[in-house]
Unconditional design. Sequence first.
Length: 323
Amino acid sequence: MSGPLFWYRRCPHWSRLAIGLTVGAAAGALAVWNVDLEHVWSVLERVSLWPLITAFCLVAVTQWIKVVRWQIIAGGREQLPAGLAWRGVLVGQAANLLLPARAGDVVRAVLVGRRTNSGSIYTLYTVFIEKAWEAGMLLVCSALLLAYGPWPDWLSRWGVLASALSLVVLTAGVFGVLACRNRLLVKSQQYPWMTRFLVPASQLSQTLAAAWHNGGLLRAGACSVGIWLLGLVINWTTFSALGVSVHWSASLLVLVAIYVGVVVPAPPGRVGLFHYVVRLALTAYDVPDSQALACGVLLHLVVIVPLMIAGGVAALAGQGVHG
């Protein structure tokens, strides 16, 4: 997997978009293959309102927890004001959904970093730490699936392995910088071109050291657990809105599959690929194809569409937001 993904990231923007559109079209075709679309529509027509409203509310709560976690990692509200953090999270997520190769993470770092004293490099490092927490939660959830749910053949273990390796590398990097921050500052004086990268790393190491002593890292970990738990509940609530009753591990499998599917080139909004992944996950629990596809359509409406709209609004509103 690493080979194709490596060359994909080296492709020009237009070609990555073309690859994503091709993958999305193929996945969309597979998502509706041998499915009675009239039955899918009849399932969607029977959606229950209150579980759907609950799912929308939980998506909003999830974004709030993401903002809180990011503020903790960045060094508190003084370092990263709430309004700016909200805008960065929403715009970054929308950009990730619209642009290839996780470009939204860089967009978030630049958007927020240029409005703070720490700068974009420091902000990008905080996003790396955030992704390390996500990789750790992916490993925990994958272990739960091995214990309580099926592991479908189509869910590649390479995605989980890649997340594990990224967690190890990021964690080793953080503790390495933490242990050698004084040496890094000396090196940055010897090699001026390294200053731009090493000084923010040293600053972040001091921030993380303080967070270790005051319990901030523990709170960030609790936020990560909360985010994934809410994701599981959002999935389960959305399925319940359509009258689809499944074991709780089915919601977890959908969550893991969607997260691992991020590494696959996809069209804007992950249209097609998202629906196919959800259908595959639910058919592993013997959910009929039409109901599984209906769940994919509704879950896309609940999770993806609001994030794209909120990101667009955040990008257009308050160019001078500072919190």
